[in-house]
Structures are given as C-alpha cells and as structure tokens.
Design a protein around this ligand. Structure first.
Ligand code: CP
Ligand code: NVA
Length: 320
C-alpha cells in the first residue's frame, strides 16, 4: 500500500520517531543515502515538486534533498502547469505517477492533497496547505531533540494565529512526539474542534496533552519551547491591516521569553516579521534556534521521502 504524508497524523508515534532518527542519521551522513538513484548505469528517479504558493525554504530543501538522494527534482512553480485551471487533480496525478516516483505539493485546500493521494500509486507529500505544514514539524521536532535531547514530556507554547496551518501541525505533531502543547491566540483565531479532538485523542497514547487558551501568559508559563508564525498566512493578505492589533498581545518578545523556562528555545518556521509576531531581540538572540530549524527542513524531508518509499515497498534493493 502506498503511504502518503498529508497531515501530521499520517505517522504514528513510533513511525514519527523512526523518521526523526533517520533524519538525524542522514544529517550525520549527508550523501550516504541513494533513495532515488537508479541502478548503476541508468537514470535517476524524479520527484515532482509543485508550488501553488511561493516558497524559499521548502523549494530549496526539497530540491537539494532530492539531489542528495541521487534523484532529479522537477520544480513546477505557481501557474506553470495545467493543474488547477485546465486539468483536475485526479487527471494530473494519473499522468505524474507514470513518470515520477514521489509528488510533493504546496497548495491551498487540504482536500486537493487528499484527492491527489487517492489517485496516486507514488507517495504524495504535503509541502504546506491551508490546514497543515507537517514537513515543517518534522524539522521542528528534530531541532527540539537536538537542543533538549528529547521531545516527550516537554512543554511547547505556540502563540499567535492559532487557527492556521502551523498551529494545527504543532498540535498534532507535538502530541505525537509526547509533548504538552499549548496554543494561545485571540478569540476567533483558535484551532477548530476536529483538530483539537484529534490531538487530545493522540495525546492519550503518548502522555502528551493539549491546552487551547486566549491567555498568552498561561501558554508561556515555564514552557521549554516557544513557537510562533506570521500573523498573515499566504492567501490572507487582504486581512493584513485588521490582524496586527488583535494579535499584538501574542507577540514573542523579551518579556514573553522571560516567563518561559530558563533554557527555553525559540522556533519560527520563517519567513519572520520582526517587530510583529517576534521581536528582533528574540529571533536574533541566544535562545533562538531558527537557523538550525531551517536547515533541518533538508534532513527531515530527505528522511520522510526515504521512509515513504520504503514503507510503500518502492525502495530498490541495493545492487538492483
Ligand atoms: N517555512 C517555510 O515553509 O518556508 P517557505 O515558505 O520559504 O518554504
Ligand atoms: N502560516 C504560514 C507559514 C509559512 C511557511 C503561511 O501559510 O503562509
């Protein structure tokens, strides 16, 4: 059965740990894995990487990652293919699966990813949708492991737009890793009931927990990991002027950081807006690990690509 990575829940707690272990191993041996290399003397395998929204980190980390794995990254930029205006998702992927070995897609609606996976015999990976950013969370969890030595039992506080893709993914991936996840945002910008219920259910199996609150102070108090994200996600640009004021109490600045645990680390998926969701002093300060986090996109995504190929029975035997 082909495995896909569409939401953070697509990996069980044990599978997530396996992928993170693999990511750490790949980081220690950057060119040691040849997932997409063809048998000697033949061509390499291709990964289609489709963008309906703009990107720096995701584009570069997937392109470099596929190349590291001996494959050929085929980047399709917004507006460059027939997908979405002239051709359906189903017809598109029925063509792609005949030619490529994995499809990576950054898009708007989560339903599109689900439809793509339904028609695809090769793994489909969510490179950010309106609802989730699961690849980012693998990188974030790898970063937490590196700096705190573990994830289970730690408290992660996410502040800001708690209804966006990053908030949802922090909830689901965080509890999968056994973390106590607190998300804080203003009324009207809190996660939906379905995501919260799914996170609570998974937390029961891992010893994690979930707190959803409008109190930034309650979320921050003694937290081991702080995280935030832009207040205006891609596709929300028209709401920009209304959002700044309502989100202001949820900014991660020096005062907020002082109420976290003494050794707390600060995450931000980037791009960051200094002076809005995070102060320059915090993101450029000693507790910020955002550059490690950005680098870890490369290692984490190589790991999930390799893991999905393996779990789907699509990995060639050595020497084949
Ligand atoms: N964090 C992240 O996904 O960055 P990009 O939008 O630049 O890919
Ligand atoms: N929430 C942001 C994440 C960017 C990586 C967005 O969707 O624009």
């Amino acid at each position: 059965m082909t495995r896909h990575f569409l939401t953070d829940l697509d990996l069980s707690p044990a599978e997530q740990a396996e992928v993170l272990d693999l990511a750490a191993a790949m980081k220690a041996d950057r060119y040691g894995y040849r997932t997409y290399a063809g048998p000697q003397g033949t061509g390499s395998k291709t990964v289609a990487i489709i963008f309906d929204k703009t990107s720096t980190r995701t584009r570069v980390s997937f392109a470099a990652g596929v190349a590291d794995l001996g494959g050929n990254p085929l980047i399709i930029n917004p507006g460059e293919s027939q997908l979405g205006h002239k051709e359906s998702v189903a017809d598109t992927v029925r063509v792609l699966e005949r030619m490529v070995h994995t499809v990576v897609w950054r898009t708007y609606a989560q339903a599109g990813l689900a439809e793509m996976a339904r028609y695809s015999s090769v793994p489909v990976i969510n490179a950010l949708s309106d609802d989730y950013h699961p690849c980012q969370l693998l990188a974030d969890l790898l970063t937490v492991r590196e700096h705190h030595g573990r994830t289970a039992g730690l408290t992660l506080a996410y502040l800001g737009d708690a209804a966006n893709n990053m908030a949802n993914s922090y909830l689901l991936a965080g509890v999968t890793a056994g973390m106590h996840v607190r998300v804080a945002g203003p009324d009207g910008f809190l996660p939906g009931e379905t995501v919260v219920a799914a996170a609570r259910e998974r937390a029961q199996a891992t010893g994690g927990s979930v707190l959803v609150t409008t109190s930034a102070a309650d979320a921050l108090d003694g937290a081991d990991v702080l995280a935030t994200d832009t207040w205006v996600s891609m596709g929300q640009e028209d709401e920009k002027s209304d959002r700044a004021e309502v989100f202001r109490p949820y900014a991660i600045d020096e005062a907020a950081l002082a109420t976290a645990a003494p050794g707390a680390i600060v995450l931000h998926c980037l791009p960051a807006y200094r002076g809005q969701e995070i102060s320059a002093g915090v993101i450029d300060g000693p507790q910020s690990v955002v550059w490690d986090e950005a680098e870890n996109r490369l290692h984490a995504q190589k790991a999930i690509m390799h893991w999905l190929m393996d779990a789907s029975g699509l990995l060639a035997e050595p020497g084949e």
